[in-house]
Design a protein around this ligand. Structure first.
Ligand SMILES: Cc1ncc(COP(=O)(O)O)c(C=O)c1O
Length: 423
């Protein structure tokens, strides 16, 4: 091959690579707050606390509650997941609007707060907690004298015969009656009993001491069905329901009436699958009420995001002004127009994604104190404006901002306190 031909080939390859890189180069994705976030920004600048705050949009939340309650329907129980909505006033709002008193609890300190705040509630534990935590619950409950009657209103979740023994011993020691709900594995493989013999053994232990124990139902959680776009006929759904029904049949064979049992399952992601199925009579959901980003999934398509973190902008630069070699920042700015304005917010590094202004790339570094983010000139904010993020999950994140600020019709209409995480 002639030298000139080789050179021409190499030149063409270089040009193609440069062209490819240009195609791959980020476009300008920056845009200012839309009307919705502009109104929230104006509201917070007028009336906000001047620190990061968690907003709940009441109208959107109500829309979501109505969808969940409608999907569960009047013949079944809608059970509200407390860890995903950890505020007494928030739970009270959801329970009143959905017309339910049923709650699912995962944390001993929350359980005591629920017993105090909702003495008429019906509580199912969502995970099998160490028997010591159950003991602490009863010790604290006695102190508080709330009117909540655990022997009628609380079901402990038990996943193994060994844990059943521990709880049985606790019941005898305390002279109390414990209602037992058995965790079943319907395909998730996150614990729970897998075969019928084990259920039989557990049911006979329970039946052997009716003074201290009673069988209250089953709990089979199945988030592995998330996002399949699955209807009832999907084989994975049929597998879950088949496993569930086999345990129900066994309880029936042991003399229990399924209508008197709590047959719990589902979560926000999957509840919509069961609109026309009656294997379970008790369906849980929490996160779908506020729809964090992890819940942008198939069965929640019609839900609206209703929880936002709003963080004040403390500082801005009209270029990517960072420590180190200015040349690097210069190249970066030229390459990605979404890095041409630099902002620092109050706080940061939450489990959350920026939602407004749009087009914010991954932060150049994370900080819980003052986190930087960049925009293109089109999405730039001024000092005193608020940036908005959507939590990726509501669990824990809702606990990080003090009172939840409830907004409706351009006003802050309520402030709802959140649970004490420990205590
Ligand atoms: C046992 C159980 N049920 C239901 C849920 C659903 O909660 P959410 O609707 O907030 O996803 C969970 C979530 O972790 C769970 O562990």
């Amino acid at each position: 091959m002639k030298r000139r031909t080789v050179m021409a080939g190499a030149g063409a390859a270089l040009l193609a690579a440069a062209g490819g890189a240009l195609l791959w180069r980020p476009g300008d994705r920056g845009a200012p707050h839309d009307a919705y976030f502009s109104a929230l920004n104006d509201l917070l600048k007028r009336e906000g606390p001047g620190r990061p705050v968690l907003l709940i949009d009441r109208a959107r939340m109500n829309h979501n509650i109505d969808l969940l309650a409608g999907s569960v329907g009047p013949e079944r129980t809608y059970r509200v997941v407390v860890k995903s909505l950890p505020s007494v006033e928030l739970l009270a709002h959801v329970m009143d609007r959905a017309g339910t008193r049923a709650l699912m609890v995962f944390h001993q300190p929350f359980l005591n707060q629920i017993a105090e705040s909702f003495p008429d509630s019906d509580v199912l534990m969502g995970k099998p907690v160490p028997v010591r935590a159950a003991r602490v619950f009863y010790d604290r409950l006695a102190e508080a004298e709330t009117g909540f009657a655990p022997e009628a209103q609380l079901q402990w979740l038990i996943d193994t015969p060994a844990r059943l023994e521990e709880y049985h011993e606790l019941a005898r020691n305390l002279g109390r009656h414990l209602r037992i709900n058995v965790e079943i594995d319907v395909g998730l493989h996150r614990g729970g009993i897998e075969d019928g013999d084990v259920l039989d053994r557990m049911l006979s232990v329970i039946a052997g001491d009716p003074k201290h124990l009673s069988f209250a139902g089953l709990m089979g959680y199945e988030p592995h069905l998330t996002g399949l776009g699955a209807g009832l006929e999907h084989p994975a759904v049929q597998d879950v329901l088949g496993r569930y029904q086999a345990f129900v049949d066994q309880a029936v064979a042991a003399g229990y009436d399924p209508a008197s049992l709590t047959l719990n399952g589902a979560g926000s992601h999957t509840l919509g699958i069961y609109a026309n199925d009656r294997t379970m009579n008790d369906l849980s959901a929490g996160s779908g009420v506020v729809k964090p980003t992890d819940f942008d999934t198939h069965h929640l398509m019609n839900h609206q995001p209703a929880a936002f973190i709003a963080a004040p902008v403390l500082k801005t630069y009209d270029r990517l002004y960072v420590a180190g070699e200015p040349f690097v920042a210069g190249v970066m700015e030229k390459w990605d127009p979404n890095t041409r304005r630099l902002h620092y917010i109050y706080g940061g590094y939450w489990k959350a994604r920026y939602v407004s202004p749009t087009g914010i790339p991954e932060p150049i570094y994370h900080s819980t104190n003052q986190e930087p983010f960049t925009t293109s000139p089109g999405g730039a904010l001024s000092v005193g404006d608020y940036a908005f993020l959507r939590p990726t999950q509501s669990e824990r994140v809702l606990l990080q901002f003090g009172d939840l600020h409830v907004v409706e019709d351009g006003r802050i209409v309520d402030r709802w306190s959140v649970f004490q995480d420990q205590g």
